[in-house]
Design a binder for this molecule. Structure first.
Ligand SMILES: Nc1ncnc2c1ncn2[C@@H]1O[C@H](COP(=O)(O)OP(=O)(O)OP(=O)(O)O)[C@@H](O)[C@H]1O
Ligand SMILES: [Mg+2]
Length: 764
């Protein structure tokens, strides 16, 4: 009898083994198909986008007619638009797609705009708003973002207002009167999505406004918040579909910097604008230098490295952001930076709203160099001249990282995005996001980006957003700094680690990522017992073991499981669905290891930045600071942008009419005289106020020098192509400078190595 049962058990066990094997094969096949699916989707998206280059029409209705029509031709509002661009916004030309988007919108189309962070999306609805009769309604997710925009527009003399929690009853009354009866001028009205979702009163006023033909455009900013697949889903954005239903004849524009194909589809569905014109610009931000550094396990050492980086690379007036994982970390980092002589303050959701906006305001007016913030300091940042964004910890997704790091260099000037990564940061993040929609998958994309020491950082963004690859021009650590990076086969190490997890699971023992790395490393101490894998254990450093464990998690060989305690959620490591394929030798695991010369002290710049270092530029910079002090509620960059300062330095206008050609009418009326006086006074003191010094060399040579002389402080600047032109530039007069700049804008990046040690010494 017992024998019979034993026989049955053997047969069941055998069958189970077969089923497990089949399951394993199916899971492998599923994994492969999922990867193929992503690749094909990306390929399809990029094919669709390149087919119609900058713009294409989607949806069923007007496809043929719209795609045939280009939005670049002449339109009845051309003259008025050009005049408003210069005289109200003080901008001399349109950026890519801005004019086309405006033309489509003013032609009555619904429009979806995907444009890189800092690409100039706001102008795409602000300018049409001024050219249209009535009021444009803008839905924007954050109070700080709304406040910034309204403040900026008011400074330009545009009738803009907001209806938010901080709007006074008096103001609210005026706005409602304007909507209902058309009293007073109201060109742009900003609200948060909650207003649409929750205020019946507001919706009824809006209906009256529309009925009277005074609702001109509806703009949905940061439209990725509509989608659950986006990195910043806001439930209230879901209710915005009602707008198209209620106001079908009003043109709608939805704008975002970050939208994968899935998010784009989602937001079109959600906003009920299936038939719309879509404009997609590249996600590439050529002026940003991306760098990931290994993060020390010593908290103090990381903060010192950040402080050192800031002090060595930047002047006190150069603004930056440091992103931290937690509120506590923000406070600690801000405090330490202050102790190390950097003007820093923290910003997080636990603060009083007034304290938060005070910090934001001080930073925007250059009275504070660094904001140390959590994700709460995110979408609302409008400051164009942020020179560096440092991540003390990685972001929770690649999209979030793109958005946060994208706060740097919105003025187009070279800026640095530096991220500190250590594998041990993974479980902290995963225990926070595992319950979110696609939370872990998004986090793992971010981790892949951080773990990579060879792939171009930009390539990761292009792949993620389904865009074709573009040249990085040495603007990321992996492309520019190279170093001694090798791929090491760690399959045997990985197998040993996985078997350890199996052993632990067998004994019902839970292990975290760090405990696992420790336990595996501690096997070296068991030498006396003559374990076979001692050599393997000694072969890897602890942080490398952690990297292998993370790699195994990313590959599905191990997986994270979560358990709640009364105080926290803990992330443990367990066997993943593909562990057997590793053990049976069907999979390999490679680790990129080695040292890289760090980017410390490398300051990426271009010709524009060289101009901004001249005496005249510095005088104009001080002027905008003092004007901002006088004109309360206006930031220096609203008075004169970096580009405008550069243009003034190059053209050196000596009359108000010449200044008006650069600043436009409104700014010239307000600040023209002071600008003129500053230029004249500076020219009288130093006639050659544009002289730029430095040695111009090719990017490759610059990279070589950076690698081989990393001890020396350097500045990297874009410059002219050949050395004869370079010499000329060195002693250029204002006219040759002007020519050179025009040529440079079309040339590839060349670089100028300039030793600025004395400037830094002063600063330190
Ligand atoms: N045509 C232009 N010429 C020069 N500067 C411009 C132009 N259009 C916009 N800008 C400037 O670019 C900066 C970024 O603009 P904006 O805030 O609209 O970017 P955005 O695309 O909305 O970015 P984000 O995704 O970060 O919100 C601003 O300082 C703005 O003044
Ligand atoms: Mg914006």
């Amino acid at each position: 009898m017992a024998e019979e049962v034993e026989e049955q058990l053997r047969s069941v066990n055998q069958e189970l083994l077969q089923v497990e094997e089949q399951l394993e094969q199916l899971l492998e096949r599923q994994q492969m198909l999922l990867e193929q699916q992503t690749e094909l989707q990306c390929l399809l998206d990029s094919m669709c986008d390149s087919k119609s280059e900058h713009a294409n029409t989607i949806g069923q209705k007007d496809d043929a007619a719209d795609s045939a029509k280009t939005w670049t031709g002449t339109f009845p509002w051309d003259k008025e638009a050009d005049s408003a661009l210069l005289n109200i916004f003080g901008l001399s030309s349109y950026r890519t797609n801005q004019r086309e988007i405006m033309n489509a919108l003013l032609s009555g189309k619904d429009v979806v705009v995907i444009m890189a962070a800092g690409g100039g999306k706001s102008l795409c609805y602000q300018l049409p708003a001024l050219l249209s009769k009535g009021t444009t309604l803008i839905i924007s997710p954050l109070l700080s973002l709304i406040q910034d925009q309204v403040m900026g527009l008011t400074a330009l003399g545009v009738a803009a207002a907001m209806l938010t929690s901080v709007t006074s009853k008096e103001e609210e009354k005026t706005i409602y009167k304007s909507l209902e009866k058309g009293e007073g001028e109201l060109k742009l009205l900003y609200v948060t999505p909650e207003k649409i979702a929750k205020s019946k009163r507001f919706m009824s006023k809006l209906e009256k406004c529309n009925h009277a033909g005074r609702l001109s455009i509806i703009a949905i900013d940061e439209a990725h918040c509509c989608s659950q697949w986006g990195h910043d889903f806001r439930p209230d954005y879901k209710s915005l579909g009602i707008l198209k239903k209620q106001f079908p004849k009003v043109s709608m524009i939805a704008l975002t910097a970050t939208a994968t194909a899935r998010v784009q589809n989602d937001l079109r569905e959600m906003l009920q604008i299936r038939s719309c014109v879509k404009f997609v610009s590249s996600v590439n931000r050529p002026n940003l230098f991306y760098e990931v550094r290994e993060k020390s396990t010593n908290t103090q050492a990381v903060i010192s490295e950040i402080a050192d980086f800031i002090k060595r690379s930047y002047k006190k007036k150069d603004s930056g952001i440091v992103y931290c994982y937690s509120r506590k970390e923000c406070e600690q980092v801000a405090k330490e930076l202050c102790l190390q002589g950097i003007g820093a303050a923290y910003y997080h959701a636990d603060m009083e709203p007034n304290a938060r906006s005070r910090v934001h305001h001080q930073w925007s007016s250059n009275k504070l160099q660094v904001i140390v913030g959590t994700v709460a300091f995110g979408m609302g940042i409008n400051k164009p001249d942020v020179r560096f964004v440092i991540h003390h910890s990685m972001s929770k997704s690649l999209e979030t990282y793109y958005q946060e790091s994208g706060r740097a260099g919105r003025d187009g000037l070279p800026s640095h995005c530096l991220l500190f990564y250590k594998p041990a940061d993974l479980p902290r993040h995963s225990s926070m996001v595992f319950h979110e929609h696609a939370g872990l998958a998004n986090l793992y994309s971010m981790v892949r980006f951080c773990q990579s020491k060879r792939e171009c950082r930009r390539a990761a963004f292009f792949r993620h957003f389904g865009e074709q690859h573009q040249d990085c021009n040495g603007m990321c650590d992996n492309c520019a700094l190279g170093g001694d990076i090798a791929e090491k086969d760690v399959t045997a190490h990985a197998q040993s680690i996985v078997l350890l997890v199996k052993e632990m699971e067998h004994c019902d023992k839970k292990t975290t990522l760090l405990q696992l790395a420790d336990s595996w490393k501690s096997r070296a101490n068991q030498e006396a017992q003559g374990r076979a894998d001692i050599k393997l254990v000694k072969d890897l450093k602890k942080q490398e073991v952690e990297q292998v464990v993370v790699q195994l998690l990313l590959d599905g060989i191990l997986k994270e499981v979560f358990q709640h305690t009364a105080y926290a959620t803990n992330a443990y490591v367990a066997l993943g669905s593909l562990w057997q394929s590793l053990i049976h030798g069907k999979r390999k695991v490679n680790l990129e290891i080695g040292q890289r010369s760090q980017g410390a002290g490398i300051h990426v710049g271009n010709s524009l930045q060289a101009i901004l270092n001249t005496d005249l530029a510095k005088e104009l910079d001080s002027l905008r600071d003092s004007l901002a002090q006088i004109h309360d509620e206006v930031f220096p960059y609203t008075i004169l942008s970096s580009q405008q300062i550069a243009q003034l330095c190059v053209q050196k206008p000596t009359s108000l009419s010449q200044i008006e050609k650069i600043l436009g009418r409104r700014k010239t009326e307000l600040f023209g005289k002071q600008v003129l006086m500053t230029i004249c006074a500076c020219l009288a003191k130093t006639p050659d106020a544009n002289a730029v010094s430095g040695e111009w060399i090719s990017p490759k040579d610059a990279t070589d020098r950076m690698t081989h002389q990393s001890a020396k402080r350097k500045t990297v600047l874009n410059g002219p192509r050949n050395s004869a032109a370079a010499k000329k530039q060195k002693q250029c007069s204002s006219d040759t400078c002007k020519d050179t700049i025009a040529k440079e804008e079309k040339s590839d990046q060349w670089v100028c190595i300039e030793d600025t040690a004395s400037e830094d010494d002063d600063f330190l």
